[in-house]
Design a protein around this ligand. Sequence first.
Ligand SMILES: Cc1ncc(COP(=O)(O)O)c(C=O)c1O
Length: 366
Amino acid sequence: MIPLVDLKTQYEQHKDEFQGAINQVLSNTAFVLGKEVAAFEKNFAAFVGTAYAVGVASGTDALHLALRAAGIGAGDEVITVTNTFFATVAAIELAAARPVLVDCDPRTYLINVEAAAKAITPKTRAIIPVHLFGQVAPMDEINALAAQHNLTVIEDACQAHGARYKNRAAGSLGAAAAFSFYPGKNLGAFGDGGAITTSDAAIYEKLIALRNYGSPKKYYHPTFGMNSRLDTIQAAVLNIKLNYLPRWNEARQRAAARYRKNLADNSHVVLPAQAQDSTHVYHLFVIQVDGDRDRIMEQMAEKSIFCGIHYPIPIHLQAACSALNYKQGDFPHAEALARKMISLPLYPEITEEQIDLVCDCLNRLL
Ligand SMILES: Cc1ncc(COP(=O)(O)O)c(C=O)c1O
C-alpha cells in the first residue's frame, strides 16, 4: 500500500524522542503556554529569520489573528487566490473583511500578480499570497505592488515550512506570515497547531494578547481576543521535529526529482513548474493529467496507490462564498487545474521503489 501521506514511519523512527518530550510535559503539567511553547517560538523565529514567532491553535487562527493584529477588519478588502485551501478565505471572513479572489499562474499554481493589481480598489487593505504546495509566491512583485498601494502583505506559508525565496525563508517576506502544523504538513504536530512569524513589534504585541482572550496582562482585556494557543505538548513535539525539517525537506526534494525523471517522457502528464527565485519543499507533488482523472485515481487505488486532489473546487465556486457573487468561468486557470490535478504520494520516508511503482502505474494508465 502506498498512501498519499504516511505519518507512521516517521513516528516509529523517532518514537523514543517524541515520547520522552511528551512525558516531560506530562510530569511538568504546564499544559498551556509552558516553557516548551516559548522555546519553540524562539527556535521557529530563528529558523524563519524573523524577530518573533507566536504559537497559536491552527493555521486558520494564525491567518485570522495576523489579519486582526495588522488592523484589518470590517469594510476592508483582502486579495488572495481562488486556488487555495478554504481556510485562507475563511480566515479573511473571520476577521470580518471581504475576500477578493484572483486567478493563478497556470504553470506554477501561484498568485498572478497582474490579476492582483487589477483587483485593487480603494477598500483594499491587504494581500495574502499563498505559497502553494511548497514554493514561494513572487514576493518581490507582490511587495512592490503592496508598497505602491499601501497594503499589508500576510504570507500564507501553511504549506511552505523551510522554502526559500532569494535565500530568505518563507515567513520572513511580508509583514507577517501564517504557518499550520496540521499533522501532514512538512512540519506537523500530533494534532492541530499553528504560528505567526513577524519582525514587527507592534503586530507581535497584539498577537500575544489576541491569542489569549485579548489579554496582554492577566485579567486585563483591552480588546476581545480568542483562546488560541499552541499546546505545550504540541510545542514539545515541534521542537524535536524542527531539527529534522531540513533533512525531511531534502528527502521530499529527492523524491520529487525521481518523480520528474520517471514521468518526463509521458506526454499526458504536466509536471509542476519551478517558480523563479523560489526553492520547492514539495509539501505536495501535483501533476496535471489529460485523461479521465477520476478513473485514473480509481485504477491506482485498485493497485493500493492512493493519490489526492488539492483542490477539486476553487474557492469562488464554494457554496459558502456565494455572497461574493463569483461564477463559473471567472478564473479559468484555477478551474482548469481543479479538473486536471492529481497529488502523488509524497512524504520524506517514501522509498525509490514506491515512487517507481507509482510512476509505472501512471505511465501504464496514461
Ligand atoms: C494554504 C493553507 N492555508 C491555511 C491552512 C489552515 O491551516 P490549519 O488546518 O492548521 O487551520 C492550510 C492547512 O490546512 C493550508 O494548506
